[in-house]
Write a protein that binds this ligand. Sequence first.
Ligand code: GAP
Length: 459
Amino acid sequence: MKEVFSNPSMETIISLAKRRGFVFPGSEIYGGLAGTYDYGPLGVMLKNNLKTLWWRMFVESRDDMYGVDAAILMNPKIWEASGHVSGFSDPLIVCVKCKYHFRIDQVNTKPKKDKENNVVKSDEVWICEHCGTKNDMSEPRQFNMMFKTYAGASDDAVGVYLRPETAGGIFMNYKNIIDSMHPKFPFGIAQIGKAFRNEIAPRDFIFRLRELEQMEVEFFIKSDEWKQMFEQWRVLMHEYARAIGIQDSALHELEVLPEDRAHYSERTIDFEFDYPFGRKELWGLAYRTDFDLSAHEKGSGVELKYFDEVTKEKFIPHVIEPSLGVDRTVLAVLLCAYHKDELGEDGRVYLAFPPTIAPIKAMVSPLLKNKPELVEKAREVYVALKKDIPQVMWDDNGNIGKRYRRQDEIGTPFCITIDFDTLGEKPELKDTVTLRDRDTGSQERIPIKELSERIQAVL
Ligand code: GAP
């Protein structure tokens, strides 16, 4: 079967995501709110599957990892000690004419040229992408990206921040994990949760959000083993990418230059992805040294050293941090999964999700919805299968071809159809069903009693 197209535009993905219940613009009936999106029924299932697989690979499959779910609101002193109050900012410039706000790297610039087309000056022409004005921008100023709110009644309210990274909650629980779980060294703490950044210019769908979700690990190590540990987590991040259907060829490591690294990092690799709007960051891996624990020890006055019972050493651990944004992962996975081919009369679109992350694993359907005996048997198969595999769906709308197209477009790996042969019209086929494969469209006949095992084998 000829594949005709599989490099979708952002418009194609955004429209499919909305039409089929993956991702909706936030607050839509009030005109939206920039940098916010809501996940619909299929988006929630996809996101949950991505998070569950991450948790399995980064936490549960290891015996040196501990999970936490920390509060989003934390004592503001944490963000002073971590350097976020003074340093978590982007350079902001404003178009003087239309007052549009830009991050400095988002402004279009062109070198100044003379009549012979020679560059005459090292400075550039700044163009406002919003109103087209040239060279009428404010001086850049640093804009802190943390959202601030207030905790408590108005007269004694305390200014607090919405956490800008989940890492803060992990560092706050480092001592709790040592005291309650007595981990052997080295060990790590993981968290999945929301983070908030008042991005100057949120854009590109769920790529740059103001409310986002992260999956992060802080892995506590001795300083002399950081290179080896960095490598271990780098390899695991590639394994995770493969497991969720991000091809090796779409992922590129970028060694982040010292001047571009976060204030706490001594080495950072960005895992970049080829989005339709260019090659940009998907995930990050950083060596945060002992920056955070030292800063929190100083800031809180509480000792945060680890005492190694075996070597009798006492030290502040260093940290390797794999940090993965859930929303960017969803976007990359949708872009990789999108396929178009010439199956059927009009061709079709299908999402080739690996079955483990597909929102719906199988659809059960009677061949004809107006034949009660078919519907009854199909319901029986559906109810039994759903007990083993909860992410199974019932669909009897429209004709069978349309149902297959709908399931292809949401990436359902299997469709199960109950027909007259299932009921025994051909006695040798009694209690068998057709099982259709999403990627090839091919169908085979298998006994009902083998369905559950067959599907679970690929999950
Ligand atoms: N704790 C380290 C940290 O937060 P980061 O590079 O600022 O590092 C980590 O963010 C990941 O979070 C990014 O690689 C990306 O996947 C995601 N992320 C960051 N800012 C985002 C935003 N505004 N919208 C969506 N995802 C974002």
